[in-house]
Design a protein around this ligand. Structure first.
Ligand SMILES: [Zn+2]
Length: 625
C-alpha cells in the first residue's frame, strides 16, 4: 500500500491517478471519473464528487377492484453535476408491461398494455406536451432543449399526474396483486433516473432482470385507500393517531419500545371493523428521508406483528420491525422475530454497522424482493423462512444505504446479501444452512463470467452466478483472508465513506486495499476480473528421506486462490486441523508444502470446508494404503 500511495503523490498525469489499482484493468470510461477527481485512488469519494437529488411529494390512490394506481407528484430535482441537462430522464419501470418494451422473460399477454399513462406533466410551471416526452423502453425523456436545460447547480420543479393498472398475473415479480384485496406496489411512480459522473444518464432499461440504481431522495407520500385497508410503506407512519382506534394505537406504540413481538392487530380484528376510526378520509401519510426508493403494500385482511430492536448501543436508537401476513402462511408468525434478531446481528456482527433505517416491514407477497424499509417475501410454507428473511432485510446495506449501481455491478449487492444471509442464518438457526458450496458446481463453466462484466449484459444463469454465488464465495474467502477484525474495519470504512453515495467496484477495491494496509490486487484480479475456477488437490503425502515428519503437498489446480483447510489423522489416532489462508498462493505458487507433526505418521488427509469452493473434490482426500 505504501509503495503505491507514495508513487501516487509524485504522479501528475491524470490518467495515472488510479495508481493504486495499477494492476487491475480500468475501463477507459471509468478512468475519466478519476481524471475529473470525482473518485480518488485511495477509495474515498474524490474532491469533486457530486450526485443529484430529488424530493417527491406524492398523493396516490389505489382502486383494488380495478387494480388501478393513480398518482400525482411534485418533484424538486437539483442538478449538482457540473453539466447542464437538456434532457431529464424518468424511469417508468412499470413500462416493462408497455406494448413494445423489451422483456427478459414472458409475462401474461393479458397484462401488456399502455404501461404508465401520463395525464399531465409540467416543468417549472409550464406544461410539457407529448411531443417533448420521449418514451423508449422503460424511460421517459423529458426533452427540454438547450434553451431550457437545467443548469449546473439549479433546481427544477416538475409535476406529473399518472396512472397504471397492476398486472393481474399472481406470479408477476417485484410487485403483486397477492390476492384480490392485497397488493404490493413497487415500481409505481415516475422516478428520476440517476445522472452520474461516469455514465451520464443511466441507460439500462428495466426488462425484468436488473434491479436498483436510484439517487437518494426525500419522500412525503399520502396513500388514499378504501375503508378497512391498512397501508405499510417505506418510512415512518406520520398519522397513526388519526386512523387507529386507541387499543390498536397503544399496541403500535408499545411495539416501538418492546423487545417482544406485539400483535398490533389480527385478521379477525381487522375484518371485524374496529381497528380504524370512522374518519371521512382513509389516508395514510408516510415520510422517508435519504432513501433511494419508496414502496407500499396494502391489505384488508392481513395480520400485523411488530416489535423493535436496538440497533445502535451508543445512542440507544431502535428500529421498528413489522411482519404483515396472510393467516394462511404458516411461516409468517415467526418472521417479525427473525427479522428483529437478524437486524440485531447485522448491526453488531455482519456487516457490523448500525442498521440505518427507523423501520422495516416484511410483507407477505409473492417474491423475495427488497425495497428500502420494505420487503416483498413469499411465504415459504412449512420451510424455515430465516434465510430468505435475513437476505432481503440485509439488502438494506447494499444496495440502499450504499447506493450501489446494481444494474451494472449486481455482485456489489447480491453477493453481499448472499454472504450475509448464509452466515446470519447459520448463526440464528444453529444449523449450517448457508455456505459456499453452490458455486463449486458452476465455477469455471462458460456461464461463470468475470464479475467486472456489466450485469446488464448478462442473463439467466450467467447473471445468477455473477451476481450471487461467485461474489458470495469471494467475500467468504476475503473474510477468511483478513480475519474478522480487519474485515470489519474495512467494511466500516467502506460504509462510512460511501453511505448515501454511489460507490463503484474500484472504490470498493481501493478502500479495502488502503484500510487493510494490504495490496489485495492478487486477490481481486482472479476473483473479479478473470475467468477461472477454484480447485485444490492433495498431490502427495510422504516422508522425505532422512526426515522426521510427513510432508503433505497441496496442488493449486484451478486459478482462483482459496484457503487450504485440512483435517489430518495420524496412525496413533490423534488428529489436527491445518488452515492456510488464500494468500499462500499470492505470489503465483502452484504447490504448497505442509509439514506435519514430528514423529507422527499420517493416516489420512481430508481437505475442504463448506465455505471453501472446490470444483473437484475427488482429489481432496488421501489415505495411507
Ligand atoms: Zn438479493
Amino acid at each position: 500500500m505504501f509503495r503505491l500511495l507514495t508513487t501516487l503523490l509524485f504522479l501528475g498525469a491524470a490518467q495515472f491517478l488510479i495508481a493504486q489499482s495499477a494492476d487491475l484493468f480500468v475501463p477507459r470510461n471509468i478512468e475519466r471519473a478519476y481524471v475529473k477527481g470525482t473518485r480518488s485512488a485511495d477509495g474515498k469519494p474524490g474532491p469533486n464528487y457530486w450526485q443529484n437529488r430529488a424530493s417527491y411529494d406524492i398523493q396516490v390512490s389505489l382502486e383494488p377492484k380495478k387494480r388501478l394506481v393513480s398518482g400525482q407528484a411534485t418533484i424538486t430535482y437539483t442538478n449538482n453535476s457540473p453539466d447542464s441537462l437538456p434532457v431529464i430522464r424518468f424511469k417508468m419501470q412499470h413500462d416493462a408491461y408497455r406494448k413494445g418494451s423489451m422483456r427478459d422473460g414472458d409475462v401474461d399477454p393479458a397484462d401488456i398494455g399502455e404501461g404508465t399513462v401520463i395525464q399531465r406533466l409540467t416543468y417549472n410551471g409550464r406544461t410539457i406536451g407529448k411531443d417533448k416526452q420521449r418514451r423508449r423502453n422503460t424511460f421517459l425523456d423529458l426533452q427540454l432543449g438547450k434553451g431550457e436545460a437545467l443548469a449546473s447547480g439549479a433546481s427544477a420543479t416538475i409535476t406529473v399526474q399518472w396512472s397504471y393498472t397492476m398486472p393481474s398475473d399472481k406470479n408477476a415479480t417485484r410487485e403483486c396483486v397477492c390476492d384480490p384485496t392485497t397488493f404490493f406496489i413497487a415500481y409505481w411512480y415516475p422516478q428520476i433516473a440517476v445522472y452520474d459522473d461516469y455514465n451520464g444518464w443511466a441507460s439500462t432499461p428495466y426488462s425484468g432482470t436488473v434491479e436498483f440504481y436510484h439517487d437518494f431522495s426525500d419522500y412525503d407520500v399520502t396513500i388514499s385507500l378504501p375503508k378497512g385497508y391498512m397501508a405499510w410503506a417505506t418510512g415512518e407512519w406520520q398519522n397513526p393517531g388519526d386512523l387507529l382506534e386507541k387499543t390498536y394505537l397503544d399496541r403500535f406504540n408499545q411495539a416501538h419500545t418492546s423487545n417482544e413481538v406485539v400483535k398490533v392487530f389480527t385478521e379477525a380484528e381487522l375484518k371485524a371493523g374496529g381497528v380504524f376510526k370512522k374518519a371521512k378520509q382513509h389516508r395514510f401519510h408516510y415520510k422517508a428521508t435519504d432513501v433511494p426508493d419508496f414502496t407500499f403494500a396494502v391489505s384488508d385482511h392481513y395480520n400485523w406483528d411488530a416489535t423493535s430492536v436496538e440497533v445502535d448501543a451508543a445512542t440507544g436508537r431502535r428500529t421498528f420491525v413489522s411482519a404483515a401476513y396472510d393467516t394462511k402462511s404458516p411461516d409468517y408468525p415467526k418472521v417479525a422475530r427473525i427479522a428483529a434478531d437478524g437486524i440485531h446481528l447485522m448491526s453488531t456482527w455482519l456487516p457490523g454497522y448500525p442498521f440505518p433505517y427507523p423501520c422495516m416491514t416484511v410483507f407477505n407477497g409473492n417474491d423475495g424482493m427488497e425495497y428500502p424499509m420494505m420487503v416483498n417475501d413469499a411465504s415459504v410454507g412449512d420451510r424455515d423462512p430465516t434465510s430468505l428473511t435475513v437476505h432481503e432485510v440485509a439488502h438494506t446495506y447494499f444496495p440502499f444505504m450504499m447506493g450501489i449501481n446494481e444494474q451494472e455491478y449486481a455482485w456489489m449487492d447480491e453477493g453481499w446479501a448472499s454472504f450475509f444471509d448464509g452466515l446470519l442464518a447459520d448463526s440464528l438457526t444453529g444449523r449450517q444452512t448457508g455456505g459456499g458450496r453452490g458455486y463449486s458446481f458452476a465455477a469455471g463453466t462458460d456461464t461463470d463470467v468475470p464479475l467486472m462484466v456489466r450485469s446488464s449484459l448478462l442473463r439467466g444463469r450467467a447473471y445468477g452466478i455473477a451476481s450471487y454465488s461467485r461474489p458470495q464465495n469471494a467475500y467468504l474467502t476475503l473474510l477468511d483472508q483478513l480475519g474478522y477484525e480487519t474485515f470489519h474495519r474495512c467494511m466500516v470504512a467502506y460504509m462510512d465513506r460511501w453511505k448515501g453515495k454511489h460507490p463503484i467496484p474500484y472504490d470498493f477495491f481501493n478502500t479495502w486495499n488502503e484500510v487493510s494496509g494490504q495490496d489485495l490486487n492478487w486477490f481481486w484480479k482472479p476473483w473479479f476480473f478473470e475467468w477461472g475456477h477454484p480447485d485444490l488437490g492433495v498431490q502427495s503425502v510422504a516422508r522425505p528421506e532422512g526426515g522426521d515428519r510427513d510432508v503433505i503437498v497441496i496442488e493449486k489446480i484451478g486459478d482462483m486462490p482459496v484457503p487450504i483447510h485440512l483435517e489430518v489423522t495420524y496412525d496413533d489416532g490423534s488428529s489436527e486441523t491445518i488452515h492456510f489462508k488464500a494468500s499462500v498462493w499470492q505470489s503465483g505458487e502452484t504447490m504448497s508444502t505442509i509439514e506435519c507433526q514430528k514423529g507422527k505418521t499420517v493416516k489420512s488427509v481430508n481437505m475442504g470446508d463448506r465455505n471453501i469452493p472446490d470444483t473437484d473434490r475427488r482429489n481432496n482426500t488421501w489415505s495411507k494404503a
